[in-house]
Design a protein. Structure first.
Length: 278
């Protein structure tokens, strides 16, 4: 039995967990981790010196793993995408509010991210709780899109790796697109989720483009409310696990080489395939 300590990052989501060894993939330990994940939506474990194989083993406990649509994984472990930002590069891979692969028929269920090299300042990640985003919408808005669906697509993501000299495309250039409900239910928490995001949501089905854009912009602004978010400051060898269905996230690119803040940032990402949203 572990001597576990939980420190909340905010009132909305996020918790830092101390006293759990992620090398332990026993059913009892994984049950504890899953319960923490479904309660806090994103959980962080510092000082976890797990190997790539152990990160794979941990990730498989949440479901089947997926390879990235556009980015080549590591040669020995193709499920692991090494995210590298070089010191002279301004942007982060994953910048902008989004839900990973929401353009897929079965969007990512969870992400297991390990920090390898972290700048002394900058490069935090923010998360926003979309269960709370739905709960805090007014009833008039909820009625407007109660049974509406969305068109999601990946346009632009296929060229994203061109911004990063140390990341390699897998060569696929076609866009993925799918239709999903505006409001989906998380099958584990049983909570309703506002399932839109600025990066991949294009239009509400059954609305004219102008009307759709107006409503989506209201929802996008609502999702960014600070009271729905948490912010995490990385240190090396930290593992983050988040429920990609119920959260948006944003990798902050507050790097300004002209101010002497050009640093390298390296993360290893694994994604778990999810279910069809409903």
């Amino acid at each position: 039995m572990y001597n576990m300590k939980i420190e909340l990052l905010s009132g909305a989501c996020g918790a830092e967990i101390n006293g759990i060894n992620l090398k332990d993939t026993s059913s009892s330990n994984i049950e504890i981790i899953k319960n923490l994940l479904f309660e806090h939506k994103v959980i962080f474990f510092r000082n976890q010196t797990i190997s790539q194989q152990e990160q794979i083993n941990l990730s498989k406990c949440f479901g089947p793993l997926e390879t990235h649509a556009y980015t080549k994984g590591l040669q020995e472990f193709p499920e692991i995408v090494r995210i590298i930002k070089e010191p002279h590069e301004k942007n982060n891979w994953g910048e902008g509010w989004h839900t990973d692969t929401s353009y897929n028929k079965q969007p990512t269920l969870a992400v297991i991210l390990k920090s390898l090299e972290i700048p002394p300042v900058g490069g935090d990640t923010m998360f926003s709780n979309m269960e709370l985003a739905y709960d805090t919408l007014n009833d008039d808005l909820k009625k407007r899109f109660k049974i509406k669906k969305l068109f999601m697509d990946s346009r632009g993501a296929e060229f994203f790796n061109e911004n990063y000299q140390s990341m390699e495309s897998n060569g696929y250039k076609e866009a993925f697109s799918n239709i999903h409900p505006i409001v989906r239910t998380n099958p584990d928490s049983k909570r309703k989720i506002l399932y839109v995001n600025w990066t991949y949501t294009r239009q509400i089905i059954g609305m004219e483009k102008e009307e759709s854009d107006k409503l989506l912009n209201i929802l996008f602004k609502h999702q960014e409310r600070l009271d729905l978010t948490c912010r995490f400051r990385w240190t090396p060898n930290t593992i983050a696990i988040w429920d990609n269905r119920s959260l948006l996230h944003y990798a902050i690119a507050d790097y300004f080489p002209q101010r002497g803040l050009g640093y390298k940032r390296i993360m290893d990402r694994i994604a778990v395939r999810g279910e069809i949203p409903n």
